[in-house]
Each structure stands twice: as structure tokens, then as C-alpha cells.
Design a protein around this ligand. Structure first.
Ligand SMILES: Cc1cc2nc3c(=O)[nH]c(=O)nc-3n(C[C@H](O)[C@H](O)[C@H](O)COP(=O)(O)OP(=O)(O)OC[C@H]3O[C@@H](n4cnc5c(N)ncnc54)[C@H](O)[C@@H]3O)c2cc1C
Length: 459
């Protein structure tokens, strides 16, 4: 709990920058989708900030950070609040910094855009399409998430089958960052320097603008293919994903035991069938039909992605994929949770098959095909029929012993959530430089020790 006098001084210093103080609203804006994990639900459910600050410009962000430094107030940045790991949940009170009003497009040219960090992905994509471009990749929360939240808290998603993840070189060109110093600096990170804020949960600065590469706009087809057997569907997906001549945005395999939880889709298939969910360019449809037939599948849905996105009552196929598959399951059964795994690029399906044999119906399989460092492989977002935290830890450990890397979605620190159990680049050294008091999203960078406590800094 923050010292009330420090909080009052902070609010006064904010001047006319909009602030929310209503405890119910503040609690709501202090939460994200951490409840997907029973472990995080237990740990984070009662965490809340004491106020929400809603800056409208970069100058107001800088002003807020100067006031936070002076008054010793912790600051947790927030975009759309759709993270699954409690990234946007303040662990030590203070202020939530709601960046959703920084939503302007600075420019679009030559297959690149520069935008403010709070812009919603759905709005960005709409404007880009009018100019002949589209986002290279987006999370399945495209309709609610922000671009800043995706870069600071996400990793990959729809489009990663072609472009890889956010961490792959070239996928973030530049980031403008406001630091937590006296006075705050506005830094321009370019190229590989952007790794310092990429997936750092806002612990290494407030991202105010981003420069990202784009892809030519495509009229994507939402395609569902039914297969009598899961491994047959997975093998088809791997062959399709490796086809250099077909433009793809999404290649997903879903186990038959998950299908009854997928509204609409379950009505298209017979009991026991597994699914391939795809986004394919129109030019790939002829070859796709041949591949489907050669692998013993049947196309059961062919729809226009964009139409589904904007037509009320219809759902784009990507909202059945990535972590939306888990969400669909959770709407039917609140006891399930999920894993986030990465299979090695050399023969990934051999290990997929092995894990299916080991765990059976305890872990219904869900695969997302993607490129990692250029190599084609698949990630598992397996559903877990949760029993105990000990068993969950055991499941994770068995995967790791078998060579399946786990990005643990049941922990809230950056290090523990990464497959490598450590920070990916020199984010720690950068944090010492730009946030020496550790007021940015404190507790999320596990090994960081501030030079002194923020309260000791308060005037
Ligand atoms: C159903 C479901 C499906 C999902 N699918 C995917 C997926 O396909 N791929 C994927 O990668 N993720 C996925 N996610 C996780 C999440 O939706 C995405 O990562 C999303 O991009 C987060 O954006 P946001 O605006 O909601 O960020 P928030 O949740 O608001 O924030 C995420 C993190 O970034 C920090 N942050 C936010 N804005 C800034 C800023 N301007 N400067 C500095 N730090 C900032 C926050 O403090 C927090 O740590 C999914 C989540 C759900 C619930």
C-alpha cells in the first residue's frame, strides 16, 4: 500500500491529466487474463493499484513519470489488459498507466508504419488496409489488444507462420521509450536495441511510439479442414506450412476432444474429427484443395476473414486459435488451464505424438505452426485438465525432460515465463539505467534490485 500523502502529492502533481480513483474501476483496470492460470489466480486475484492515470500525449506520459519519481509511486503500464501472465497486474500498488489514449498513427510509408503505442490492433489494421497494407502479425486478441501491449507483453500469433515471432530480427524497427528518471528521458531505440523493451512487461520504460514493418494487404480465406485423426491433421499442417508457394497467415491443429467446446465449428464436423484451422491467400486455394485431398481431409468451411471480423454475430477463425482456443474451452469448463510449449524444429511431430501418448486426455493437443529464427516448427498450447499445482509442475518437468521447451504461463516474472529461465538480452542492465528505483511494474523482473526504495526518494 502506497503512503497516502505520497499518493495525494502525486495526484496534485498530475494537474489536469485524467485520473481514475473509484476503487472498483481501479481494480478492474488492475487485472488482465491471469485467471487462465489457477496458480496466478491464487497469487494475483487481490492485487490492485490505487489509481489509474490516463495520459493523452507523450508529454503527459513524461510529466506523469517525473511526478512518479518525485513522489515514489510505482507505475504499471497498460494497453488493452489482455495479457495472460498477469503482466499488467500491479504487484505493489501505485498507479496503472493506461496508454490507450495514445492511439495516433504517425506515418505509413514504404511498407512501414510509425504509431503511438496505445493504438488498438483492429483499428490499425483497418486504416492500413485502406492504404494497401496489413499487420504482419497480431495476437488472437486483435479486436481488443494494443500494439504497445503486444510488443511489451506478447510474443507471436497470427502471421508467425510466415514472419516468425516479435523477437525475430526485423519484426520491430524502432521504439520510442520514456524512462523513469529525474528528469525522464525520451529515447529512440532502433533495430536490435528494441530487444531491450521487447517482451519486458514495461519494466524497462514506457513505450510511446513504435515503428513496425508491414505486409501487403491480402483478402484472407478462413478455412477449416476436418480429419479423422489428429496426427493426420498435424502432418497435413506441417506439409502445408512448408509449402513455399502458398501465402499463409495461420496454420493450427486442434484435437478432436477440444472441438465440442468450439461454438459454430463443432456443428461442421462429425464426432471424433480433428481440425486444421487455416488462413490462406486466394492464390493458394487450388493447391490447398489438392493437399487436403491427398491427406484424407475435407474442407468444411471456406469464408472471408475480414467479413467475419466486421459482421456482427460472426467470428473470425483466428478467434478459435492461439490462446482463444483455451478461452473457448474455459467458457465450457472453468477447471481447465493450458501450457505453452515449443517443439524442436527437427521432426517436431515425433515429440508431439510422444507427448500425446504420455498424457492422453489429460492434455488435449492444440498446435500452432510458426517459424522460430526462420525454422519451421510448432508450438503447443495444450489444454491441461488441471488437478493440482504439483501435477502441473510435474507435467511441465516431463515435457522439459523430453526436449520440449516450456514458456511457463503460470508464473508472472519475465525470467520464469521464458523457455530459457533468464532474461533474453541485457534488459537488466538497461533497467538499471532507465529505472534505477525500480518503479516500473515492480516484481516482474525477478532478479532486479533497485539502487534504493522509491519511498526513500519521495520529497
Ligand atoms: C484469449 C487470449 C488470446 C491471446 N492470444 C495471444 C496471441 O495469439 N499471441 C500473443 O502474443 N499473445 C496472446 N495473448 C496475450 C495478449 O492478448 C497479447 O499479448 C496482447 O498483445 C497484449 O496486448 P494488450 O494491449 O492487451 O497489453 P496489456 O495486457 O495491457 O499489457 C501487456 C504487458 O505490456 C505492458 N505494456 C502495455 N503497454 C505498454 C507500453 N505502452 N509500454 C510499456 N509497457 C506496456 C504491460 O505492463 C504488460 O506488462 C492472448 C490473450 C488472451 C486472453
Amino acid at each position: 500500500m502506497t503512503d497516502p500523502d505520497a499518493l495525494a502529492a502525486f495526484v496534485e502533481a498530475l494537474g489536469d491529466i485524467p485520473v481514475l480513483l473509484d476503487p472498483a474501476l481501479v481494480k478492474q483496470r488492475s487485472q488482465d487474463f491471469f485467471w487462465f492460470s489457477p496458480v496466478l489466480k491464487r497469487q494475483l486475484n487481490d492485487m490492485t493499484a490505487e489509481l489509474v492515470v490516463c495520459p493523452r500525449t507523450r508529454d503527459e506520459v513524461t510529466h506523469t513519470m517525473a511526478a512518479a519519481w518525485r513522489c515514489g509511486i510505482n507505475v504499471t503500464p497498460r494497453g488493452g489488459g489482455t495479457g495472460n501472465h498477469g503482466q499488467a497486474v500491479p504487484l505493489r500498488g501505485g498507479a496503472v498507466l493506461d496508454l490507450s489514449r495514445l492511439d495516433r498513427i504517425v506515418w505509413v510509408r514504404d511498407g512501414m508504419m510509425r504509431v503511438e503505442a496505445g493504438a488498438k490492433l483492429i483499428d490499425l489494421d483497418k486504416i492500413l488496409r485502406e492504404r494497401g497494407w496489413e499487420l504482419r502479425m497480431f495476437p488472437s486478441t486483435k479486436r481488443t489488444a494494443t500494439i504497445g501491449g503486444f510488443v511489451a507483453g506478447g510474443s507471436d500469433g497470427i502471421g508467425s507462420i510466415t514472419w516468425g515471432g516479435l523477437r525475430d530480427a526485423g519484426n520491430v524497427i524502432a521504439a520510442q521509450v520514456v524512462t523513469a528518471e529525474a528528469p525522464p528521458r525520451v529515447l529512440e531505440l532502433r533495430g536490435s536495441e528494441t530487444d531491450l523493451i521487447n517482451h519486458a512487461y514495461g519494466t524497462t520504460g514506457i513505450v510511446t511510439e513504435l515503428e513496425l514493418p508491414l505486409a501487403p494487404a491480402m483478402q484472407w480465406r478462413d478455412i477449416v479442414v476436418a480429419f479423422p485423426d489428429f496426427m493426420q491433421a498435424a502432418r497435413f499442417c506441417l506439409v502445408l506450412a512448408a509449402c513455399p508457394g502458398i501465402d499463409l497467415k495461420l496454420v493450427t491443429t486442434i484435437d478432436s476432444t477440444i472441438v465440442p467446446s468450439l461454438e459454430v465449428l463443432r456443428e461442421l464436423v462429425a464426432v471424433g474429427e480433428s481440425l486444421a484451422l487455416l488462413m490462406v491467400a486466394p492464390s493458394g486455394m487450388t493447391t490447398l484443395a489438392e493437399l487436403v485431398s491427398a491427406h484424407g481431409g475435407q474442407i468444411v468451411l471456406d469464408a472471408d476473414t475480414l467479413k467475419s471480423e466486421i459482421t456482427s454475430g460472426s467470428v473470425p477463425l483466428y478467434e478459435f486459435t492461439w490462446n482463444h482456443t483455451t478461452l473457448q474451452m474455459l467458457t465450457q469448463d472453468r477447471t481447465v488451464t493450458y501450457l505453452r510449449s515449443l517443439f524442436p524444429a527437427a521432426d517436431p511431430l515425433a515429440l508431439v505424438e510422444r507427448m500425446r501418448t504420455l498424457f492422453g486426455d489429460e492434455l488435449p493437443m492444440h498446435l500452432e505452426f510458426l517459424r522460430v529464427g526462420g525454422a519451421l516448427t510448432c508450438a503447443g498450447l495444450q489444454i491441461v485438465r488441471f488437478t493440482t499445482e504439483d501435477r502441473l509442475a510435474e507435467i511441465i518437468s516431463i515435457h522439459e525432460q523430453n526436449g520440449v521447451s516450456i514458456s511457463n504461463p503460470h508464473v508472472y516474472t519475465i525470467e520464469n515465463g521464458s523457455g530459457h529461465k533468464r532474461l533474453p538480452v541485457n534488459q537488466m542492465g538497461f533497467k538499471h539505467e532507465v529505472d534505477p528505483l525500480g518503479i516500473l511494474n515492480p516484481g516482474k523482473m525477478r532478479d532486479f534490485v533497485p539502487v534504493r526504495a522509491p519511498a526513500e526518494n519521495a520529497e
